[in-house]
Design a protein around this ligand. Structure first.
Ligand code: ISL
Length: 581
């Protein structure tokens, strides 16, 4: 078998993402924990994945579910102790499962000692580790005006006034998440040692790098152009995403990483980059640049969201989705870069509800179709907990039940700027029902036991359950059923490994009939093989045409039992992978 790209463990690995708060509660306090994860490693192994990525488990006031870190070297007590974490890693490694941790270093928590020092006085040695600025002025009521007009991702100004020194600090996310000033070398070195070095020295196999595109802010922090005159704060991302020094920082951090691991060990890094152009993506992920191994693109997970306000849905076509998804991997063609393939994570709703059909009739088959699509594409595959069960979105949640700070922060901003009865608010609720980040954050359904599906014993979970565990969408039920979505994923991941030369590493991706609004079809090649993939994104039988009439087609995988590979009609939500000769 010829592999046309340089092989690496992290290219072929499937990575299973775990949200620690919601995976397994071992001590019945309503929160998942690290001992809970350890107790479920055999389940994860059974699925056939190669690595786990565990979302932040560090000391934190949890304003943003642990993405606000108060101490990089200490486990949040509700999740356990550092020893629990080392045990989890040891037990994972015993099972040949690698461990990837979350590296959240664009910002920390206001509770971090570094920030407390920084805010204590204008002359503190750590003052410059964050962005402190005096007010631009004062309004007629005497309120301080923020230094610039940037808005935070979670609603409102990206600046918060602090009485201690009467200055503002910058937070592009929640008010309790002050951005680090990466221009300060001493600050960078401290970040590396505490958040990267500590964990490498304790044996982690890599990092998922949170908002890895935002460390470098434009000089002078200029005002953003006014793109939405109806609101006080504007989209400033052009001044801090893929900024002037970002590549320098990643190179420096990568070099540091290699000083902290044993000779010969190969770790993986995946950066949450989000948006940019092909050149940006190549700069981050080119092997010779030595920055990141791969990155997450947001194009496909944000189709149907308005650019100005995420919580405002806009119509999208299948063609939009196809093009957006392909942006994740097309940029690597003919380069030494690498890509990722994912449909879900802890910031996203459930993919079957978003891109498939979660109606009882089609949920299973469309989940399997999406799994087939995922394993057919070139790049490292990431699966999010519950995706392997075909979990759908929850239904009918009230604002009081929403835990995610992006959801609640946006609600507060819309209420303030437009009012509770506004059209904006109506649109917000419509969007929340489909894309709330809470959809992916509900407790994992281990079985059908009341009240928490085996997540806790009888404690009330920190967030309400997704009611679907009562409809057979839980691990126990799926492990008993050989036709379940779980076993389909397991099989699909095996197929991916068996045919890795084309499924993992294939190149020369070409859409077939891109404008087709029912079918997603493409071809791709490896050195000596060519494949044709076809997916029906409708609930009806749909005919398709093969790309080349003269070629012969051999079906090697699909999501329906006993398919007739010679038929040119797909059943509802059917997906097929063929070899072409
Ligand atoms: O949720 C989003 C995608 O639609 C974004 O607004 C998200 O906040 C952004 O992708 C950055 O995400 C990461 O950093 C945030 C944290 O809230 C997210 O959970 C994390 O994945 C701040 O640390």
């Amino acid at each position: 078998m010829t592999i046309i790209r340089n092989p690496a463990w992290w290219k072929e690995a499937t990575i299973y993402q775990i949200y620690p708060a919601s995976f397994q509660d071992s001590n019945n306090d309503g929160w998942g924990d690290l001992a809970g994860i350890t107790s479920k490693l055999d389940y994860i192994k059974e699925l056939g994945v190669d690595a786990i990525w565990v979302c932040p488990f560090y000391e934190s006031p949890q304003e943003d579910m642990g993405y606000d870190i108060a101490n990089y070297e200490k486990i949040w007590p509700r999740y356990g102790t550092n020893d629990d974490c080392f045990r989890m890693m040891e037990e994972a490694h015993k099972r040949d499962i690698k461990v990837i941790v979350d590296l959240v270093i664009n910002h920390c928590s206001e509770e971090h000692d570094w920030f407390k020092e920084s805010k204590s006085s204008k002359t503190n040695p750590k003052r410059d580790w964050y962005f402190w600025r005096p007010p631009k002025g004062y309004d007629t009521e005497g309120n301080p005006i923020p230094p610039n007009n940037w808005r935070s991702f979670f609603g409102g100004s990206a600046w918060r006034f602090d009485d201690t020194t009467s200055e503002f600090f910058l937070h592009v996310f929640a008010p309790g998440q002050p951005d680090f000033n990466w221009e300060n070398e001493e600050c960078r070195k401290a970040i590396y040692d505490s958040s990267v070095g500590y964990w490498l020295r304790h044996g982690v196999d890599g990092f998922r790098i949170d908002v890895g595109s935002m460390y470098s802010k434009a000089e002078g922090l200029p005002d953003a152009p006014i793109t939405d005159p109806s609101v006080p704060y504007q989209d400033g991302t052009a001044f801090f995403i893929n900024g002037p020094r970002i590549h320098e920082y990643h190179k420096e951090m990568r070099q540091y990483m290699y000083t902290q691991i044993p000779e010969g060990k190969e770790i993986m890094t995946v950066g949450e980059i989000g948006i940019g152009d092909e050149n940006d993506f190549r700069d981050y992920t080119s092997a010779k640049e030595e920055e990141l191994n791969m990155m997450f693109n947001f194009k496909h997970t944000s189709v149907g969201e308005c650019r100005q306000c995420k919580y405002e849905l806009i119509p999208f076509t299948l063609k939009d989705f196809k093009l957006a998804l392909a942006e994740s991997f097309l940029f690597i063609e003919g380069t030494d870069c690498w890509s990722t393939i994912y449909l879900e994570n802890h910031d996203q709703p459930r993919s079957v509800s978003r891109f498939g059909s979660d109606s009882p009739k089609w949920r299973e088959v469309s989940s399997k179709m999406l799994a087939t699509l995922v394993i057919s594409l070139t790049g490292t595959v990431f699966i999010y907990q519950g995706q392997e069960l075909g979990m759908p979105n929850f239904k009918n949640r009230k604002i009081e039940q929403i835990k995610c700070v992006e959801g609640t922060g946006t609600y507060a901003a819309i209420k303030r700027d437009y009012g509770e009865d506004s059209e904006k608010m109506r649109k917000y609720f419509e969007a929340l029902a489909l894309i709330s980040r809470d959809h992916g954050r509900t407790p994992f359904p281990w079985n059908s036991d009341e009240p928490t599906a085996g997540f806790s014993k009888d404690a009330e979970p920190w967030i309400d359950m997704n009611e679907s565990f009562r409809d057979g969408i839980n691990a126990e039920a799926e492990l008993k059923d050989k036709d379940s979505v779980f076993y389909f994923w397991k099989k699909a991941l095996q197929i991916r490994k068996e045919h890795k030369d084309i499924l993992v590493y294939g190149s020369n991706f070409q859409f077939c009939d891109l404008d087709n609004e029912k079918l997603f079809m493409f071809t791709k090649d490896s050195d000596n093989k060519k494949m044709f993939a076809v997916f029906n994104f409708t609930s009806e039988n749909t005919n398709f045409e093969v790309p080349d009439d003269k070629a012969s087609y051999t079906l090697f995988f699909g999501n329906y039992a006993n398919p007739d590979g010679n038929s040119r009609t797909l059943k509802p939500w059917e997906g097929r992978l063929y070899y072409m000769k």
